[in-house]
Design a protein around this ligand. Sequence first.
Ligand code: PSV
Ligand code: MN
Length: 393
Amino acid sequence: MTTLSPDARDRVLTGLRTQRIELPSWAFGNSGTRFKVFAQQGVPRDPWEKIADAACVHRFTGVAPKVSLHIPWDRVEDYAALAKHAVALGVLPGAINANVFQDDDYRLGSVTNPDAAVRRKAVAHLLDCVDVMDATGSRDLKLWFSDGTNYPGQDDIRARQDRLAEALSTVYERLGDGQRILLEYKLFEPAFYTMDVPDWGTAFAHCLQLGEKAQVVVDTGHHAPGTNIEFIVAFLLRAGKLGGFDFNSRFYADDDLMAGAADPFQLFRILHEVRAGGGFAESAGVAFMLDQCHNIEEKIPAQIRSVMNVQEATAKALLVDQVALAVAQEAGDVLGAHAVLMDAYNSDIRPLLAELRTEQGLDPDPVAAYARSGYRERIVAERVGGEQAGWGA
Ligand code: PSV
Ligand code: MN
């Protein structure tokens, strides 16, 4: 085991004790690609069961007390009752994700559709989502638009920006105290020629125009290969516009694989910038969310593993000796500064995390503890009949 100085140990433990990671309800449903969705046994049939699975992840990790909901995938009659159900299981509803990408009406876009009636329908859904937030006590409205065009000339790029700005401003006006819009960008897919919010710059510009209650959310899978995501994070934090993350891993496109699986070093670099920019402070309001799909692996342990990956990268980011780093940077010591980062990244912090879990009354190995718990066997036996939730249900 790497020997850590008492100061470093304290710093890492203190930071980890307050870290919170939010889980996506949709990660517990069946998912796949357009080629095949492999159904798994014991998958939730409704939002109540998805929340139960998220609560299970929290029981074993101790750091995931919130569940993001996706509307209408998680539509229920009584959202206050759903929130109560979550609280009874030891978790809380988190961000409300608006879904304006799955109706036939949205073929040419939602809020940017050339047809005003379709735009009105989309905006009405976004406003309904704010009603849901009022009922669940959620702070964040996460907006991702699949809107865009497939062919040059298909629609007027500038007019679509105008329509987007108008819709965003209507929703912004409806936000209550303490509520905010998190605007998510994505380079491509489902639109292939232009996306209406393709990158952080576009999201940032719209958020700036809207005001303080609008911030950008960085989905780590939504960039071109080779994009320096940590630069974006540093820039947004400095501007007070980093609202949160949708963490996941990608090898090729928007793969939605487990956070920290494809490139743990990138996750470390991102979290190092979060720390450097003060983003771990509660007052910074950065939401650390996962946005993943588990197509071939078991969902609950995959969520546990993902949470642990974010925790490990956070621990390494907290381990960076910022004083030594600043000294080396000021002296123009390129190799020395780089070595400070690499020392932290190459440290094995797993024993410290095990210690932290033990201190918190948790099993030091959450994945093994889950496997032993009998939860999986119980849901497989109990969740028989009904329709399993899927990506889109
Ligand atoms: C779009 O690819 C996205 O990242 C958005 O966050 C959606 O809400 C989510 O995925 C749906 O899985
Ligand atoms: Mn996302």
